[in-house]
Design a protein around this ligand. Structure first.
Ligand SMILES: [Zn+2]
Length: 251
């Protein structure tokens, strides 16, 4: 008898397999990254059709296989259908999904936290009413996932001399956070950080998706976009795999 198990999982990517089947890469709440066979899911009238689409969160029943597990049942937990409303929502969701795909592993110890974070950000992006709200959700996601993965960013103290940062500072990809004015070499390339931006990052790091801060009302995309890009360069710097979706985002 085949061994069966249940888990919640979010679809990150799918590949066509033959005429009717798809192989779907998912991030699961209990077992981290899983790759499974979804038989018949390319056919329009198949029960799995739609449930195996990008970003959909399902409660799954899987058959354990030697090289790959097979989906026997899928019940939609959340399709995050409003993500499909705009290209911005799709792009930022793709970036978050790709981050989980690049850093995620089978049987991750932190799988529950990572799953919940991905679920949270997709939910926020799906329900966002403006581009600013979408980017704010993505920034929170970036800061939190890096912390879970052990690449947490330090904004309060200088990463070299440990002194509190009170004026302009520089963002360092290598040190994973800020370095104070004393270590800035004039003319050297890098991102100069205004003290207000430092405070913004710290606030985003501490609040979750459902708790609003003053920034949720005030922040506009001219400030948010470079902040997102900065953190994106950090996730790319730390990533064990290369990103594909971010090429589109960089436009
Ligand atoms: Zn310093």
């Amino acid at each position: 008898m085949k061994q069966k198990y249940k888990t919640n999982a979010i679809n990150l990517k799918s590949y066509d397999f033959g005429e009717a089947d798809r192989i779907v890469l998912m991030y699961s709440q209990q077992k981290g990254l899983i790759k499974c066979m979804a038989k018949g899911s390319k056919k329009i009238n198949c029960k799995l059709c739609g449930r195996m689409d990008m970003f959909v969160a399902n409660n799954l029943m899987l058959n354990k296989g030697k090289s790959m597990d097979t989906v026997c049942q899928a019940e939609i937990v959340n399709s995050f259908f409003r993500i499909r409303e705009s290209t911005e929502k799709i792009f930022y969701s793709m970036y978050c999904a790709e981050t989980v795909k690049n850093f995620g592993q089978e049987n991750d110890e932190e799988s529950e936290d990572i799953y919940n974070l991905l679920y949270g950000v997709l939910s926020r992006i799906s329900e966002s009413g403006s581009e600013a709200e979408i980017i704010l959700a993505a920034i929170r996601f970036q800061l939190k996932i890096m912390k879970i993965l052990g690449y947490g960013l330090e904004f309060k103290l200088c990463n070299i001399c440990q002194k509190e940062i009170s004026s302009y500072s520089k963002f360092s990809l290598e040190f994973g956070g800020l370095i104070c004015e004393g270590h800035i070499i004039p003319g050297e390339k890098g991102y100069r950080i205004h003290p207000k931006i430092k405070e913004f990052f710290m606030a985003m790091q501490e609040t979750d998706f459902n708790n609003k801060t003053d920034y949720d009302k005030l922040a506009n995309i001219t400030v948010l976009k470079p902040c997102f890009e900065l953190l994106k360069s950090y996730t790319e710097h730390c990533s064990p795999k290369r990103y594909n979706s971010t090429k589109v985002l960089a436009i």
